[in-house]
Design a protein around this ligand. Structure first.
Ligand SMILES: [Mn+2]
Length: 313
Protein backbone atom coordinates (compact mmCIF):
# COMPACT_ATOMS: atom_id res chain seq x y z
CA UNK A 1 0.00 0.00 0.00
CA UNK A 2 1.10 3.57 -0.57
CA UNK A 3 -0.27 7.00 0.23
CA UNK A 4 -1.60 8.68 -2.89
CA UNK A 5 -2.81 12.24 -3.19
CA UNK A 6 -3.50 14.25 -0.05
CA UNK A 7 -4.82 17.74 0.66
CA UNK A 8 -5.80 19.91 3.60
CA UNK A 9 -7.81 23.11 3.73
CA UNK A 10 -9.04 25.39 6.49
CA UNK A 11 -11.43 28.32 6.31
CA UNK A 12 -12.78 30.72 8.97
CA UNK A 13 -16.34 30.31 7.67
CA UNK A 14 -18.81 33.15 7.38
CA UNK A 15 -19.54 34.06 11.01
CA UNK A 16 -16.26 33.85 12.90
CA UNK A 17 -13.62 36.55 12.81
CA UNK A 18 -10.77 34.19 13.57
CA UNK A 19 -9.89 30.69 12.58
CA UNK A 20 -9.17 28.54 15.64
CA UNK A 21 -8.80 25.35 13.61
CA UNK A 22 -5.46 23.92 12.53
CA UNK A 23 -4.44 20.94 10.45
CA UNK A 24 -1.48 18.82 9.44
CA UNK A 25 -1.15 17.18 6.05
CA UNK A 26 2.35 15.72 6.20
CA UNK A 27 2.21 12.11 4.99
CA UNK A 28 2.24 9.71 6.76
CA UNK A 29 0.69 11.97 9.44
CA UNK A 30 -2.61 13.77 9.07
CA UNK A 31 -4.52 15.69 11.73
CA UNK A 32 -7.23 18.24 12.42
CA UNK A 33 -7.49 20.34 15.61
CA UNK A 34 -10.31 22.69 16.63
CA UNK A 35 -9.30 25.04 19.42
CA UNK A 36 -11.42 26.60 22.15
CA UNK A 37 -10.86 29.22 24.83
CA UNK A 38 -11.12 32.96 25.34
CA UNK A 39 -9.10 35.63 23.55
CA UNK A 40 -6.73 33.84 21.19
CA UNK A 41 -6.36 30.80 23.45
CA UNK A 42 -8.20 28.41 21.14
CA UNK A 43 -5.94 29.36 18.29
CA UNK A 44 -2.89 28.80 20.52
CA UNK A 45 -4.15 25.41 21.74
CA UNK A 46 -4.90 24.11 18.24
CA UNK A 47 -1.59 25.48 16.98
CA UNK A 48 0.32 23.80 19.83
CA UNK A 49 -1.40 20.51 19.08
CA UNK A 50 -0.51 20.73 15.39
CA UNK A 51 3.08 21.70 16.16
CA UNK A 52 3.54 18.92 18.71
CA UNK A 53 2.18 16.33 16.27
CA UNK A 54 4.20 17.72 13.38
CA UNK A 55 7.47 17.45 15.28
CA UNK A 56 6.94 13.76 15.82
CA UNK A 57 9.34 12.64 13.13
CA UNK A 58 9.19 9.15 11.78
CA UNK A 59 9.61 7.17 15.01
CA UNK A 60 5.90 7.16 15.79
CA UNK A 61 4.17 4.08 14.45
CA UNK A 62 0.63 2.77 14.47
CA UNK A 63 -2.15 3.27 16.93
CA UNK A 64 0.24 3.47 19.92
CA UNK A 65 2.25 6.07 18.02
CA UNK A 66 -0.83 8.24 17.53
CA UNK A 67 -1.74 7.97 21.20
CA UNK A 68 1.81 8.92 22.22
CA UNK A 69 1.73 11.96 19.90
CA UNK A 70 -1.63 13.16 21.21
CA UNK A 71 -0.57 12.58 24.82
CA UNK A 72 2.54 14.69 24.25
CA UNK A 73 0.43 17.43 22.63
CA UNK A 74 -1.84 17.38 25.68
CA UNK A 75 1.14 17.83 28.01
CA UNK A 76 2.42 20.82 26.06
CA UNK A 77 -0.93 22.62 25.95
CA UNK A 78 -1.57 21.93 29.64
CA UNK A 79 1.87 23.23 30.66
CA UNK A 80 1.50 26.32 28.50
CA UNK A 81 -1.89 27.07 30.05
CA UNK A 82 -0.35 26.85 33.54
CA UNK A 83 2.51 29.15 32.56
CA UNK A 84 0.35 31.73 30.79
CA UNK A 85 -2.78 32.84 32.73
CA UNK A 86 -4.25 34.41 29.59
CA UNK A 87 -4.57 30.95 28.12
CA UNK A 88 -5.94 29.25 31.27
CA UNK A 89 -8.59 26.73 30.37
CA UNK A 90 -7.72 26.59 26.68
CA UNK A 91 -8.13 23.32 24.89
CA UNK A 92 -8.55 21.74 21.51
CA UNK A 93 -10.00 18.74 19.80
CA UNK A 94 -7.69 16.55 17.81
CA UNK A 95 -8.25 13.78 15.29
CA UNK A 96 -5.07 12.30 13.90
CA UNK A 97 -4.25 9.51 11.46
CA UNK A 98 -0.85 7.87 11.13
CA UNK A 99 -0.40 5.65 8.09
CA UNK A 100 1.93 2.68 7.96
CA UNK A 101 2.12 2.33 4.19
CA UNK A 102 4.02 -1.00 4.36
CA UNK A 103 1.25 -2.80 6.23
CA UNK A 104 -1.67 -0.56 5.19
CA UNK A 105 -2.54 -0.01 8.86
CA UNK A 106 -4.02 3.41 9.55
CA UNK A 107 -3.82 4.31 13.25
CA UNK A 108 -6.46 6.83 14.24
CA UNK A 109 -6.66 8.65 17.56
CA UNK A 110 -9.06 11.34 18.63
CA UNK A 111 -10.27 13.56 21.45
CA UNK A 112 -13.32 15.80 21.08
CA UNK A 113 -15.70 16.21 18.16
CA UNK A 114 -13.44 16.48 15.14
CA UNK A 115 -14.15 13.44 13.02
CA UNK A 116 -12.62 10.82 10.77
CA UNK A 117 -14.59 9.36 7.87
CA UNK A 118 -13.73 6.63 5.41
CA UNK A 119 -14.98 6.50 1.84
CA UNK A 120 -14.61 2.89 0.75
CA UNK A 121 -16.37 1.56 -2.30
CA UNK A 122 -19.58 3.52 -2.55
CA UNK A 123 -20.02 4.20 1.13
CA UNK A 124 -18.98 7.08 3.40
CA UNK A 125 -18.65 5.86 6.98
CA UNK A 126 -18.02 7.89 10.12
CA UNK A 127 -15.15 6.16 11.95
CA UNK A 128 -14.99 8.21 15.15
CA UNK A 129 -17.58 8.76 17.87
CA UNK A 130 -17.72 12.38 19.05
CA UNK A 131 -16.83 13.12 22.66
CA UNK A 132 -19.76 15.50 22.86
CA UNK A 133 -22.83 16.03 24.95
CA UNK A 134 -25.20 15.25 22.09
CA UNK A 135 -23.28 12.11 21.05
CA UNK A 136 -23.65 10.80 24.60
CA UNK A 137 -27.35 11.66 24.59
CA UNK A 138 -27.76 9.81 21.27
CA UNK A 139 -25.89 6.80 22.67
CA UNK A 140 -28.13 6.68 25.74
CA UNK A 141 -31.22 7.01 23.55
CA UNK A 142 -32.29 10.45 24.79
CA UNK A 143 -31.84 12.11 21.39
CA UNK A 144 -32.17 10.79 17.86
CA UNK A 145 -29.23 11.49 15.53
CA UNK A 146 -31.46 13.97 13.67
CA UNK A 147 -32.31 15.83 16.89
CA UNK A 148 -28.62 15.90 17.79
CA UNK A 149 -27.79 17.64 14.50
CA UNK A 150 -30.02 20.58 15.40
CA UNK A 151 -29.39 20.64 19.15
CA UNK A 152 -28.31 24.07 20.46
CA UNK A 153 -25.62 22.41 22.61
CA UNK A 154 -24.30 20.33 19.71
CA UNK A 155 -20.83 21.91 19.91
CA UNK A 156 -20.38 21.18 23.64
CA UNK A 157 -17.59 18.63 23.93
CA UNK A 158 -17.04 16.30 26.88
CA UNK A 159 -13.34 15.67 26.32
CA UNK A 160 -10.63 18.04 25.14
CA UNK A 161 -6.89 18.17 24.74
CA UNK A 162 -4.94 20.41 27.12
CA UNK A 163 -7.59 21.12 29.75
CA UNK A 164 -6.23 18.54 32.21
CA UNK A 165 -2.78 17.11 32.99
CA UNK A 166 -3.69 13.83 31.33
CA UNK A 167 -6.13 12.84 28.62
CA UNK A 168 -7.93 9.72 27.54
CA UNK A 169 -7.42 9.16 23.81
CA UNK A 170 -9.74 6.95 21.78
CA UNK A 171 -7.65 5.03 19.28
CA UNK A 172 -8.16 2.26 16.75
CA UNK A 173 -6.63 0.86 13.59
CA UNK A 174 -8.23 0.64 10.16
CA UNK A 175 -6.75 -1.89 7.75
CA UNK A 176 -6.73 0.11 4.53
CA UNK A 177 -7.74 -1.22 1.13
CA UNK A 178 -6.55 0.20 -2.20
CA UNK A 179 -8.78 3.10 -3.21
CA UNK A 180 -9.71 4.07 0.35
CA UNK A 181 -10.20 7.80 0.86
CA UNK A 182 -9.93 9.11 4.42
CA UNK A 183 -11.44 12.42 5.52
CA UNK A 184 -10.59 14.20 8.77
CA UNK A 185 -12.66 17.29 9.59
CA UNK A 186 -13.55 19.77 12.28
CA UNK A 187 -17.20 20.02 13.41
CA UNK A 188 -17.66 23.04 11.13
CA UNK A 189 -18.21 20.55 8.28
CA UNK A 190 -20.73 18.02 9.68
CA UNK A 191 -22.74 20.67 11.57
CA UNK A 192 -23.33 22.46 8.26
CA UNK A 193 -23.35 19.63 5.69
CA UNK A 194 -25.18 16.32 5.91
CA UNK A 195 -23.34 13.08 5.34
CA UNK A 196 -25.03 12.36 1.99
CA UNK A 197 -24.12 15.79 0.69
CA UNK A 198 -20.53 15.37 1.90
CA UNK A 199 -20.37 12.09 0.02
CA UNK A 200 -21.84 13.65 -3.16
CA UNK A 201 -19.37 16.55 -3.03
CA UNK A 202 -16.43 14.13 -2.83
CA UNK A 203 -17.77 12.02 -5.72
CA UNK A 204 -18.43 15.10 -7.87
CA UNK A 205 -14.83 16.13 -7.24
CA UNK A 206 -13.80 12.79 -8.74
CA UNK A 207 -12.47 11.73 -5.31
CA UNK A 208 -9.57 14.10 -5.89
CA UNK A 209 -8.48 15.22 -2.39
CA UNK A 210 -7.69 18.84 -3.33
CA UNK A 211 -10.89 19.35 -5.32
CA UNK A 212 -12.94 17.55 -2.69
CA UNK A 213 -11.46 19.77 0.05
CA UNK A 214 -12.52 22.87 -1.92
CA UNK A 215 -15.99 21.45 -2.51
CA UNK A 216 -16.55 20.46 1.14
CA UNK A 217 -15.46 23.86 2.49
CA UNK A 218 -17.62 25.60 -0.13
CA UNK A 219 -20.61 23.44 0.89
CA UNK A 220 -20.16 24.35 4.58
CA UNK A 221 -20.09 28.04 3.69
CA UNK A 222 -23.10 27.73 1.37
CA UNK A 223 -25.04 26.30 4.32
CA UNK A 224 -24.16 29.27 6.50
CA UNK A 225 -20.53 28.71 7.45
CA UNK A 226 -21.33 29.23 11.13
CA UNK A 227 -18.03 27.78 12.32
CA UNK A 228 -14.45 27.45 11.18
CA UNK A 229 -14.22 24.50 8.84
CA UNK A 230 -11.20 22.29 8.23
CA UNK A 231 -10.79 19.20 6.11
CA UNK A 232 -7.88 16.87 5.39
CA UNK A 233 -8.24 14.11 2.80
CA UNK A 234 -5.82 11.39 1.77
CA UNK A 235 -6.07 8.32 -0.41
CA UNK A 236 -4.42 4.93 -0.14
CA UNK A 237 -3.47 3.06 -3.28
CA UNK A 238 -2.06 -0.30 -4.17
CA UNK A 239 1.72 -0.32 -3.89
CA UNK A 240 3.63 0.04 -7.13
CA UNK A 241 5.00 -3.44 -6.70
CA UNK A 242 5.29 -3.80 -10.47
CA UNK A 243 8.98 -2.80 -10.30
CA UNK A 244 10.24 -6.40 -10.38
CA UNK A 245 7.25 -7.86 -12.11
CA UNK A 246 7.46 -5.36 -14.96
CA UNK A 247 10.97 -6.44 -15.92
CA UNK A 248 9.81 -10.05 -16.30
CA UNK A 249 7.35 -11.04 -19.02
CA UNK A 250 3.67 -10.88 -18.16
CA UNK A 251 2.86 -14.28 -16.66
CA UNK A 252 -0.50 -14.67 -18.41
CA UNK A 253 -0.32 -18.50 -18.71
CA UNK A 254 0.48 -18.75 -15.00
CA UNK A 255 -2.66 -16.82 -14.12
CA UNK A 256 -4.75 -19.28 -16.16
CA UNK A 257 -2.99 -22.25 -14.63
CA UNK A 258 -3.79 -20.94 -11.16
CA UNK A 259 -7.50 -20.72 -11.80
CA UNK A 260 -8.48 -24.41 -11.60
CA UNK A 261 -6.55 -24.86 -8.36
CA UNK A 262 -8.18 -21.86 -6.77
CA UNK A 263 -11.71 -22.60 -7.84
CA UNK A 264 -14.04 -21.48 -5.08
CA UNK A 265 -11.41 -19.31 -3.45
CA UNK A 266 -12.61 -15.77 -4.14
CA UNK A 267 -9.73 -14.17 -2.24
CA UNK A 268 -7.11 -16.04 -4.18
CA UNK A 269 -8.66 -15.36 -7.58
CA UNK A 270 -9.29 -11.70 -6.89
CA UNK A 271 -5.69 -11.30 -5.78
CA UNK A 272 -4.61 -12.85 -9.05
CA UNK A 273 -6.87 -10.55 -11.04
CA UNK A 274 -5.58 -7.57 -9.12
CA UNK A 275 -1.92 -8.38 -9.71
CA UNK A 276 -2.44 -9.08 -13.40
CA UNK A 277 -4.44 -5.86 -13.72
CA UNK A 278 -1.56 -4.04 -12.09
CA UNK A 279 0.83 -5.72 -14.51
CA UNK A 280 -1.30 -4.63 -17.45
CA UNK A 281 -1.35 -1.08 -16.21
CA UNK A 282 2.39 -0.86 -15.90
CA UNK A 283 3.38 -3.55 -18.36
CA UNK A 284 3.45 -1.33 -21.46
CA UNK A 285 5.90 1.16 -20.03
CA UNK A 286 9.49 -0.01 -19.70
CA UNK A 287 10.73 -0.72 -16.17
CA UNK A 288 13.26 2.02 -16.81
CA UNK A 289 10.58 4.68 -16.46
CA UNK A 290 9.81 3.64 -12.91
CA UNK A 291 13.51 3.42 -12.12
CA UNK A 292 14.04 6.92 -13.53
CA UNK A 293 11.15 8.29 -11.47
CA UNK A 294 12.57 6.62 -8.36
CA UNK A 295 15.96 8.17 -9.09
CA UNK A 296 14.43 11.65 -9.51
CA UNK A 297 12.46 11.18 -6.28
CA UNK A 298 15.63 10.08 -4.49
CA UNK A 299 17.56 13.14 -5.69
CA UNK A 300 14.69 15.40 -4.61
CA UNK A 301 14.59 13.82 -1.14
CA UNK A 302 18.36 14.21 -0.72
CA UNK A 303 18.13 17.85 -1.84
CA UNK A 304 15.32 18.58 0.60
CA UNK A 305 17.22 16.83 3.37
CA UNK A 306 20.32 18.93 2.68
CA UNK A 307 18.19 22.07 2.67
CA UNK A 308 16.54 21.04 5.92
CA UNK A 309 19.87 20.32 7.62
CA UNK A 310 21.26 23.63 6.39
CA UNK A 311 18.32 25.64 7.73
CA UNK A 312 18.15 23.92 11.12
CA UNK A 313 21.81 24.50 11.95
MN1 LIG B 1 -15.55 24.00 15.52
Amino acid sequence: MRIGRAAGLTDPGRRRLRNEDAFICEPPLFAVADGMGGARAGEIAAGLAATALGEAGSEAQGEEGVVALITEANRRIWERSLADPQTAGMGTTVTAALVDADTGAVGIGHVGDSRAYLLRGGRLEQLTTDHSLVAELVQSGVLTPEEAERHPQRSAITRALGTEPSVEVDAFTVQAEPGDLFLLCSDGLPTMVGEDEMHEAIERAGRDPARAADALVAAANEHGGEDNVTVVLFELLAAVDGAEAVSTPLPAPAAEAVDPERNGDPDGSSATEESSASLRRHGAGPGGRIAALALIAGVLVLGLLALYLATTQ
